[in-house]
Design a protein around this ligand. Structure first.
Ligand code: FAD
Length: 472
């Protein structure tokens, strides 16, 4: 195994170029740091690109940080870290304003008012969006432009991080396919793991490689049993299967109906409740459809376009939908400055477990989390003293990749409903992260939020606020 060439040391190495990584890199460079940004996908091709709904923030005069906090905590089903949620809700409005100053045009009315959507679990309209339901595309395109123009950021695209460089309990950099990068602070921004599940809304690369890197380096992971399933992913054979239809359409009047035409769930309930309603219907052999006919779909042009590709006209047809793996709530344990339990290692965005989402993420809180905690991590990371790695970088083997068998097993054994028998089977899966997910889900002997166990169907109040930690 050859050791990749060493590049000049960075103040901050950021791994991942979704919303969290791009923004963290920009803030760190703005703070005077020399930043190296490594991304296995080209800039702006990430899960962030696909984000539809937008960013949750209390921006409406009728709204408040306290109301946003109350909704976040209620959705989290007793597992939310209140302190972290307070930070998220308090700082999200300023992050939206700052993104506007950076050149992202959030949608506004003709009179100049910010247009805010209503999504499930929110008691107020508070989701800022751009280009209708093309928010992710707008945000990542502009941030990529800014990163490319920033002299303080060196971009390494199409190259993957293969190992973290750790010496004496300190993370001193990262090793990629092509370079060893010593860094005062290393920030993982590698996104989630929903593409480990067979049925997913995520791009194929979302397989949790950052979680594996952090775990192998000795950083703690938590709450891996909490995979959030999105209730309204299109369910048709072919390429469109798994395509997400944002719940903002339900905020604008779309209905969920069964194959017999009856409504079976409150469309604006938090995601776990809607998914449970869908599962109950489907386990009785019935099907679920999204009725978009009450909605003015001109506000969602990319959805109309994608549905048209499969011959579905939302003004005429009901859209078949079913749950799909969508968002990994668990991840690298971080504090309010994005610091992991391994000194020198930070994490931001979906690869983290900040505790903000509890057991059930409130819709559109994840992009806000990327920016709120991305900024905090960047400002803390630029203050890290530059270490001098004394030994050679670790040899970095190509990472194990999950195969279709693992994806099928996660869907079957750790899908929207689970039990001990399936999880024990999954605990023998060849893919290490699948085994960690299985053991976390086995350990939580209750049903809470998006973790539904048929063998432990009730919430165990003794587990309120308890997190499942893997590694340390
Ligand atoms: C279809 C869809 C719609 C969504 N809609 C919304 C929404 O409206 N509002 C909301 O708040 N959230 C939404 N989400 C969730 C939200 O988009 C994500 O949680 C968020 O964008 C994650 O951003 P991130 O920067 O953490 O990760 P990502 O955007 O996933 O980026 C991860 C980056 O890491 C890179 N990477 C991964 N592993 C490595 C490695 N080993 N080496 C180098 N690079 C690596 C990838 O190439 C990529 O650049 C949606 C998600 C999807 C899939």
């Amino acid at each position: 195994m050859s050791i990749p060439p060493l590049i000049e040391s960075a103040d901050v190495a950021v791994v991942g170029a979704g919303a969290a990584g791009l923004y963290t890199a920009l803030i760190a460079a703005g703070g005077g740091a020399r930043v190296v940004l490594v991304s296995s996908s080209p800039l702006a091709q990430s899960a962030s690109y696909w984000a539809q709904g937008g960013l949750a923030a209390a921006l409406d005069p009728e709204d408040s940080v306290d109301l946003h906090l109350a909704d976040t905590v209620a959705a989290g089903r007793g597992a939310t870290n209140r302190r972290m949620a307070e930070i998220l809700c308090a700082e999200a409005p300023e992050r939206v304003r700052e993104l506007e100053r950076l050149g992202i045009s959030f949608d506004r009315s003709a009179g100049g008012e910010l247009l805010l959507s209503l999504e499930g679990g929110h008691t107020r309209r508070r989701v800022a969006h751009a280009g209708g339901s093309a928010t992710g595309r707008h945000v990542t395109a502009r941030l990529s432009e800014l990163v490319t123009a920033e002299d303080g950021i060196e971009v390494h695209e199409r190259t993957s991080a293969r190992a973290l460089w750790v010496e004496d309990g300190l993370c001193t950099g990262v090793v990629t396919e092509s370079a060893a990068i010593p860094a005062a602070a290393t920030v993982l921004a590698t996104g989630g793991a929903a593409a480990l599940w067979q049925r997913t809304t995520n791009p194929r690369g979302a397989i949790g490689t950052g979680l594996t890197l952090a775990h192998d380096a000795g950083a703690a992971l938590a709450d891996l049993e909490f995979m959030q399933f999105h209730p309204t992913a299109v369910a048709v054979p072919g390429e469109l299967d798994g395509f997400l239809v944002t719940e903002a359409v339900r905020g604008d009047g779309a209905l969920l109906v069964s194959d017999e035409g009856d409504r079976f769930v409150d469309e604006l309930a938090p995601r776990d409740e809607v998914t449970l309603g869908m599962q109950s219907l489907m386990s009785a052999g019935r099907r679920a459809f999204l009725d978009l006919r009450p909605v003015d779909m001109r506000a969602f042009p990319n959805i109309v376009e994608r549905l048209a590709g499969a011959g579905i006209d939302p003004e005429r047809d009901l859209v078949p939908v079913a749950p799909a793996a969508h968002y990994m709530i668990g991840g690298v344990v971080t504090d309010e400055h994005g610091r992991s339990t391994l000194r020198g290692l930070y994490a931001v965005g979906e690869c983290t477990c900040t505790g903000v989402h509890g057991a059930n993420r409130l819709a559109s809180n994840s992009l806000s989390e990327c920016f709120v905690f991305g900024r905090r991590a960047a400002l803390c990371a630029v203050e890290e003293p530059v270490p001098a790695p004394s030994g050679p970088p670790p040899s970095a083997h190509p990472p194990a990749r999950p195969d279709e068998g693992t994806r099928a097993a996660l869907w079957r054994d750790a899908g929207p409903v689970r039990d001990a028998a399936g999880l024990e089977r999954l605990a023998g899966d060849p893919y290490p992260l699948a085994r960690l997910i299985a053991s976390s889900a086995l350990g939580r002997r209750e049903s809470r939020g998006c973790h539904l166990r048929t063998d432990h169907p009730a919430v165990d109040p003794a587990l309120d606020g308890v997190h499942t930690v893997a590694g340390a």
